[in-house]
Design a protein around this ligand. Sequence first.
Ligand SMILES: Cc1cc2nc3c(=O)[nH]c(=O)nc-3n(C[C@H](O)[C@H](O)[C@H](O)COP(=O)(O)OP(=O)(O)OC[C@H]3O[C@@H](n4cnc5c(N)ncnc54)[C@H](O)[C@@H]3O)c2cc1C
Length: 419
Amino acid sequence: MTTPIESPLSPPYTGPMPNQYDIVIIGGGMAGATLATALSGHGLKLALVEAAPLQVEAVPNYDDRAIALSHGAQRIFQALGLWNEMASHAAPILHIHVSEQGGFGVTRLDASEEGVPALGQVITARDLGAALLARLQSLEDVAVLAPARVRWLSIEPEAAHLGLEEGGELSARLLVAADGGDSFVRRQLCFDTVRRKYHQSAVIANLTPGRPHRNTAYERFTADGPLALLPMHDERCALVWTVPDARREEVLALDDEAFLRQVQERFGWRLGRLGRVGRRSAYPLSQTWVRDSVKPRAVLVGNAAHTLHPVAGQGFNLGIRDLAVLAEVVLQAVEEGADPGSEAVLRRYEQWRRRDRRNVALATDTLVRLFSNRWPPLRLGRNLGLLGLELCPPARHAIARAAMGLEGRLPRLARGVAL
Ligand SMILES: Cc1cc2nc3c(=O)[nH]c(=O)nc-3n(C[C@H](O)[C@H](O)[C@H](O)COP(=O)(O)OP(=O)(O)OC[C@H]3O[C@@H](n4cnc5c(N)ncnc54)[C@H](O)[C@@H]3O)c2cc1C
């Protein structure tokens, strides 16, 4: 017997709701829109609720940030029939180059060595969002409610109920929270959450290198924090520069010349002179994760379940694996005549996802901590580590497989198989 969970704001439940769905997804960001696409076409009654108007310019995270999609994430989009719309905006990553400013160690990963056409793809969140929203709007079995903000929730044994700020109520056998890092659902349903602040911000901008990037993604560890230059499809590079919070405003306020000089000092001259820097934005960084991502009739996915430091570019890559697994588990349950929001189904999902979530969060956090420490013996150790990796193909291969999202038990979509 499940226990009803009342959110502090919820009114008493008084009977059947007018709008009943099998699954309601909250959030039309990358996670929510991808999940709706994956679940569509299987006879389910679906709704998606998004607080912003459903336009790329309005949805908060469909912005200029560059998303390095892993090979596994690209396969998921391919299996969902979405990759064709994204491909012309994406640049393949053929090589990855990892180094430390002032250090001697270097590690390189190579697509051909891994036997894949590309280790990943770089696309802006804006272009990814445009493809996702166009698809979402064409799905006839998904009722899209936007702009509409969920204001209250109530969980009963047979259904989740939710009310919208704009008026109107919905009920669902399963509520999927894809409502981002500051998830309303996570707070309202009191998920056990751990948060670690890094006191760092990621400053992003696009710039033009003096030499061709040759589809290489550079990760450089500096005294301030990691700095990445990712190849873009138009020969520009996307910069993700982590700076201490105390320096954020100063870095944002630099004129273009001074900004480029500071980036060049840290990155070096591998790509020649860096120039033509575009608009800059900054994002405060923290790590958040839930110990258990399911509760009766509810599940958290994407950033609602975990936010990561962007050092390894794994945030959405981890999130899209949530969606691929959830879609598979739910559709299989429905095929067997089971209730998609039942505890047994949600537990199956949680058990499948727990290990990957924990491993990626731990690896990302360890990387940040290991390279944030300036203690000389540790600096020496990590440079030896980078060198050791360079000289040890099996270890490099293991890291490449993990970064490509090809480790562990893969859902059908991540194997390139449609649902
Ligand atoms: C600088 C930076 C670089 C990054 N680089 C990478 C990378 O290279 N690779 C990678 O894999 N990941 C990367 N990430 C992570 C990636 O951007 C996130 O994982 C992804 O955007 C999360 O998507 P989401 O859909 O889970 O959440 P969000 O994008 O936050 O979407 C949540 C949606 O829910 C809506 N919402 C919220 N509350 C409500 C409510 N009450 N009612 C209705 N709707 C609501 C919001 O309007 C929003 O549209 C990066 C992140 C940053 C900051």
